[in-house]
Design a protein around this ligand. Sequence first.
Ligand SMILES: C[S@@+](CC[C@H](N)C(=O)[O-])C[C@H]1O[C@@H](n2cnc3c(N)ncnc32)[C@H](O)[C@@H]1O
Length: 287
Amino acid sequence: MSTFIDPVPQDVADPTTDYPANAFAFRYVLPALLKEPGRRLLEIGVGQGAALSVFTDSGFEVSGFDIDHACVAQTQNQALALGLDAERFTHGDLREPPSYRSICTQGRFNGIVAMGVLPHIADKESSIRNLFDVTEPGGQVFIEFRNLLFAMSTFNRFTHSLFMDQLLHEVSGPVRDAVNHELASRLRMDVPGSVARSADAGDDILETFDNPLTVPTLFADAGFNDVRVHYFHYHAGMPYLQSEDPDAFRRADVALEDDSSGWRGMFLASAFVIHARRPATSSSDAR
Ligand SMILES: C[S@@+](CC[C@H](N)C(=O)[O-])C[C@H]1O[C@@H](n2cnc3c(N)ncnc32)[C@H](O)[C@@H]1O
């Protein structure tokens, strides 16, 4: 069976449920994959195996790996519960190709999905080249990043950091001091209160935020073409306002996921997926 089954849960409007951000991304990913005949799919960073059924229910043959051994075990259990071959899910680190070689013995993949993985990796260029190497010529990748430009609409300390560390990083002296003072007095510098460290990645980097205007170049440089940015996980208002009316905010957030402007997500969505294709034939085929 190869058919689109909407991954967004029926109770999406209920603010007491977790926001199904990945489901909105998969609502974009699934139709793009289903348009092509290949069904070999690789999920990198499988986590607890939450996405397995989304892809197997639509007819994909899913394999996966994760750097975290406990995650691999949980995904293998999930695979068994779904009647799948648990050996398709192994330990592996995207930064180290030999670590996931066993998963590639039957060839490259028609589709690759990595949600929440690249934000934990410091050297993105080499990991994107590793993605290219396991993509079948003509195959597609869908790689999630945290959106740096979302800070334009959060009005919190991330907004302060975006201005001071990214936009004005070369401005010094009294101008810098004046802007710093002005922003710090206008923004909610107390939120978010704490930022989780990426302990699950086995390293010590914070989750990185990446710029949707510059990340596509990294994919093009690695040899991918047809590189597109798809925004998801929208926020209709500053996250610190959400508790004022959770029902209204949830409805407004969900409605924005259908935005077709092509640009609002650049500022209102906290995540984006890079959708790119390995050319059907390329000079790197000789690699
Ligand atoms: C934020 S979790 C997301 C899990 C799942 N993809 C999801 O969206 O629910 C990130 C996952 O990526 C894994 N991960 C982080 N760095 C990795 C790497 N270098 N190679 C493979 N997996 C990695 C983590 O162990 C974790 O399971």
